[in-house]
Design a binder for this molecule. Sequence first.
Ligand code: ADP
Length: 257
Amino acid sequence: MQKISPAKGSEFGRVVAIMSGKGGVGKSSVSALLAVALRRAGREVGVLDADITGPSIPKLFGLHERPRSAGEGEILPVETRTGIKVISINLLLPSEDDPVIWRGPIISSAVKQFFTDVRWGRLDCLVVDLPPGTGDAPLTVMQSIPLDGIVVVSSPQELAHLIVRKAVKMAAALNVPVLGLIENMSVLNCPHCGKPIDVFGESTAEEAARIAGLRLLGRLPIDPALATAGDAGMVEDYNAPWMKEMPAWIGDGRVVC
Ligand code: ADP
């Protein structure tokens, strides 16, 4: 499948997609946090929400505004409080709680339009929040959007991290480099004594990364403050020491996005 080109005047230093094997592992949260971390580091950042059926991205940033027309059939992304540019189908629906009941091909063409018909401008990094899984929707996005790399998010309870190997194989078949693995909800640090509790059993992230030949970029703890910030649309107010490392995670050790 041919790669598509962005709208006139839009340029990306790097386009990085975030994928996961299933919903609920924190893929959208990691996408949002990555954008926040890059913005804090002074980068121009955009988030393309390709996870059409989940309203997570606008919700995390507390966005309700509709994208404005830029003329010539193009639209402008909505800007968050700190200047992150966002486009999501949920910003275009008549009502936030409307479900997206489209079939695969329509979803695919909507996501492609988010790349081709949105005036992103010049961004250092575009973060693409992929739909979960390795099915048709993520496949089309990965085939058509020119990606520089993929980051895989998993949680400790994912069965033998099969998805990590599936993701690596899928990316290899499509010639997209996998930048590494992030284990989310890795441990819970006891709020009283600080001792880490392996809620889902001992982490197997290192082993899963080794078997798949990937870099383990990070192990993110369960943090109720993150869930609360996300629920309140205040993900940009969330901070944790590991967020400083995030820009380097997607730079593949060579360039920082
Ligand atoms: P996905 O995009 O994989 O479906 P989300 O990012 O929407 O997952 O996260 C699912 C839920 O888990 C959300 O309510 C989110 O706030 C919460 N969550 C994600 N990561 C963490 C974490 N590290 N600590 C606490 N809650 C988290």
